[in-house]
Design a protein around this ligand. Structure first.
Ligand code: SF4
Length: 472
């Protein structure tokens, strides 16, 4: 039986009944899921009196929320931990204490090594166990000098233990609906670090969505490692797919925009594609990784689809939502990639006309099947191919952005712009838009006339003719 976490971790209270204030610095790397997890860690530790701070120096607790997709992720973690060791020693010399925790996928994959090599680390916690942080913090405070390791895949879902209270998320928030992956692409560590696919029940997701909207959120991005494989318990007792879930989220008053990421081409089912045609809040933008345009390489990657199958999905999406903008991920220099294979990738990029895309040189991830392949592509070849691919992607991106010039787009302003008097926001197609606008337009969806397009952003001015309602 699990001991009562609440009782075990109940902090000493101030005279006014509040937990004493402590500072918490969380540093996150990697995907949006890691950033969501980091926010939930802050929520979990808030009742213990921890409030987030921007700097590690002097903090009472530091969490490094790591990503194993990064190149040389483990080495980079140890160099970060080296710096933290000095910070912790300095604090200790002044009579203070600092709890150091390593979370995320590197913690999952390398937990025992971290505990052995970095003795100043107090807690190593995997991505499926971070709901236990309050208990781990209490144990770490009692057992200084003995790292606590928690990297099992627990039987019960961490989501059942996360608090309902959430810190301010601004106007645009992530909401994790699914975790883990059963696809086992041969380059990817996710199935090993995040485990098997798990979908949260719709009821829990909708409750979290409602809380976020009550807190001021207007745009929800539904997250999952393989988000469109979502198969959660629906409100009616049946199993819901992502398409069905999106329709339910759209019914919540105040949800003005819905996005989802990251998807696998094989899981773009009819219900999801129909949602793109029929749910007005579902934004006309989709990040759909393909990784390569060569069937030979796709097979070696164990992607379980061909380039033609990917293009067919794109055709179905465009038939449902003609203005949909597409984004993708590419790996260049995968083991065995020939010039002809690479050319097939360039051809696919030009055929689809992506609005944006991410591209990376292949680098082996320890423990994945592709890491040991004997046909590794030499680094200079990878670098040259990456440069050519990025040029093609940026050309397409500029072409896409230029189609916005002269049009009026609804922009959700989410933060101050880099120039004085400007705000930054996102178009429905996920483009970055800068416009001169009063600060009170932050958090609102405002029509902007696009004047100029660059590869990475748009600049515009408020479309004053359209603004009567907002100004009134
Ligand atoms: S589908 Fe995505 S998360 Fe799953 S193994 Fe492939 S790359 Fe990794």
């Amino acid at each position: 039986m699990t001991e009562s976490v609440t009782e075990k971790t109940a902090p000493r209270l101030n005279a006014d009944g509040a937990a004493p204030l402590k500072t918490l610095h969380v540093r996150s790397w990697g995907c949006q899921m890691n950033f969501y997890d980091s926010q939930r860690m802050v929520d979990l530790l808030a009742p213990l009196g921890y409030r987030p701070v921007a700097e590690a120096d002097g903090a009472d607790m530091v969490i490094l929320n790591t990503c194993h997709i990064r190149e040389k992720a483990t080495e980079k973690l140890f160099s970060e931990l080296g710096r933290l060791k000095a910070t912790k020693q300095e604090k200790s010399a002044q009579g203070g204490t600092m709890i150091v925790a390593v979370a995320g996928c590197v913690a999952q994959a390398e937990g025992p090594v971290i505990a052995e090599r970095a003795r100043h680390v107090d807690i190593v916690v995997g991505p499926q166990s971070y709901h236990a942080l309050p208990e781990l913090v209490a144990r770490a405070s009692r057992a200084a000098g003995q790292p606590i390791l928690m990297t099992d895949f627990p039987v019960d879902s961490k989501f059942d233990h996360l608090p309902e209270e959430m810190a301010d998320r601004g106007v645009s928030a992530f909401l994790t609906i699914q975790e883990g992956c059963d696809k086992f692409c041969s380059f990817c560590v996710v199935p090993y670090t995040r485990g098997a696919e798990f979908s949260r029940p719709a009821q829990d997701i909708l409750a979290e969505a409602r809380r976020l909207v009550l807190g001021g959120v207007k745009e929800l991005t539904l997250l999952g490692q393989n988000v469109n494989a979502y198969h959660g318990a629906g409100l009616d007792g049946s199993t819901w797919t992502l398409g069905r879930l999106i329709r339910a989220v759209a019914e919540i008053g105040g949800v003005e925009r819905i996005r989802y990421t990251t998807s696998h081409p094989n899981d773009m089912d009819d219900e999801l594609i129909a949602a793109h045609a029929e749910v007005p809040q579902l934004m006309p933008f989709l990040h759909l990784p393909v990784q390569s345009g060569s069937d030979h390489i796709l097979a070696r990657m164990n992607r379980k689809h061909t380039a033609a199958a990917y293009l067919k999905v794109i055709d179905r999406l465009r038939a449902a939502r003609p203005d949909i903008a597409l984004s993708s991920d590419f790996i260049v220099g995968f083991p065995g990639e020939s010039d002809k294979d690479f050319q097939a990738t360039l051809d696919l990029v030009r055929t689809v006309g992506f609005a944006q895309a991410y591209s990376f040189k292949y680098s082996p991830r320890p423990g994945t099947p592709a890491a040991g392949a004997e046909t590794q592509v030499p680094e200079p070849v990878k670098a040259e191919r990456l440069a050519r691919l990025q040029e093609a992607i940026l050309e397409g991106q500029l072409r896409f952005n230029e189609t916005s010039v002269g049009t009026i787009v609804p922009v959700l302003f989410d933060r101050a712009g880099s120039r004085k008097g400007q705000l930054h926001g996102r178009s429905p197609h996920m483009q970055s838009v800068h416009a001169t606008a009063p600060a009170h337009f932050l958090g609102r969806i405002v029509p902007v006339r696009i004047k100029e397009a660059r590869q990475l952003s748009l600049t515009g001015e408020l479309a004053t003719d359209e603004l009567h309602d907002l100004v009134a």
